[in-house]
Design a protein around this ligand. Structure first.
Ligand SMILES: [Zn+2]
Ligand SMILES: [Zn+2]
Ligand SMILES: [Zn+2]
Length: 337
């Protein structure tokens, strides 16, 4: 059901900010001024404008089906190690294995077409697997360990930040269908992380507050490890339908320093993708880690790419989300896995 703007604002739990229609010059314009929300982590502006259609995107946006010869020509599959640049390191290797030969579980190689001084590809699995959603927990532990290993090497060489990202699907910018992540070594904080940093310091951390006050309707799952809990939730002020947030509930700056928590977070993100795929079909997405070596609160953000960003988003910096977070969470929770 499409709520009227005032009912929508109240449904969101906000006082309506609709402008009273007292100005005669404006009376001919429809009074659908929606609430502009500010994302507490980034300050990004988001407007929820539920679409009339049930689907948030269109089916052209779904992931491309596998080509018949895809696995046969895949340079990331085990046995084709010679088709990538020489590996930097591998994890889960068989005893006595030589570099760039079979017998590995996760393999890290330089990016063939780097945009940055250092940019690496983490091949997530030796067998042809198209999604994070299809990886085992054991494999995700090794992937988290490979990110941590790369971070240690980056810090040792004087780099300040490691941007870890996963693109899945052509619509999300993935160049290869075999599940992989990319690690970008940076000598500064990238702008999105720098924008969040002052909001996520221990004193007055916006993410601690968000998780403490999280609407239970938005939470999808959690994993406990010792005294820590990692949560998967629909982002209350997401820029895209079904945008997800994964984070430890307690204040933790550095994900690479707590590999078990990072592995748990990746497992929760994988669950989020399985739920998303069950509701919408195989969906392209971007996922990234926002990490803070000193003070800050690390988290994963997962943005499904079922919609297209247009001029209001790119030119105005205001994101229009056509699916209410409560509705997204209800659909994802009810998905049968
Ligand atoms: Zn492959
Ligand atoms: Zn915090
Ligand atoms: Zn973030």
């Amino acid at each position: 059901m499409l709520l009227s703007a005032p009912a929508f604002a109240l449904a969101l739990g906000f006082a309506t900010l609709l402008r009273p229609m007292t100005d005669a010059n404006r009376s001919s314009e429809p009074s659908t001024r929606a609430q502009i929300l500010s994302d507490p982590l980034s300050g990004r502006e988001v407007i929820f404008a539920p679409a009339r259609t049930k689907r948030p995107g269109n089916h052209e946006a779904l992931r491309e089906p596998a080509a018949a010869d895809e696995a046969e020509n895949c340079p990331f599959c085990e046995g084709r190690e010679q088709e990538t640049p020489p590996e930097l390191f591998a994890l889960g290797t068989e005893k006595g294995r030589a570099p760039d030969t079979p017998g590995w579980k996760v393999r890290v190689v330089p990016n063939l077409y780097p945009a940055f001084e250092r940019q690496q590809v983490v091949v997530h699995t030796p067998t042809h697997t198209r999604s994070l959603a299809d990886l085992s927990d054991e494999q995700l532990v090794l992937i988290a360990a490979s990110w941590a290993e790369a971070a240690e090497r980056a810090w040792a060489q004087g780099f300040d930040h490691l941007l870890a990202v996963i693109n899945e699907g052509v619509a999300a910018g993935a160049s290869r269908p075999h599940s992989h992540s990319q690690l970008v070594w940076l000598d500064r904080l990238p702008p999105e992380v720098a924008a969040e940093a002052p909001r996520l310091r221990r004193d007055g951390c916006a993410l601690c507050a968000l998780l403490h006050d999280l609407d239970p309707a938005l939470k999808l799952a959690e994993r406990k490890l010792g005294d820590s809990t990692v949560s998967l939730a629909v982002a209350a002020t997401g820029r895209a339908p079904y945008e997800l947030l994964v984070a430890p509930d307690d204040h933790q700056p550095d994900a690479f320093g707590s590999g078990e928590l990072l592995a748990a977070a990746l497992a929760l993100a994988a669950e989020g993708v399985r739920r998303l795929n069950a509701v919408e079909g195989a969906s392209p997405f971007n996922l990234w880690l926002h990490n803070f070596q000193a003070d800050g609160h690390w988290h994963l953000e997962l943005v499904p790419r079922l919609n297209t960003y247009a001029a209001i988003e790119l030119g105005g910096g205001v994101f229009i989300n056509t699916l209410l977070p409560e509705e997204a969470a209800a659909r994802l929770r009810e998905a049968s896995l």
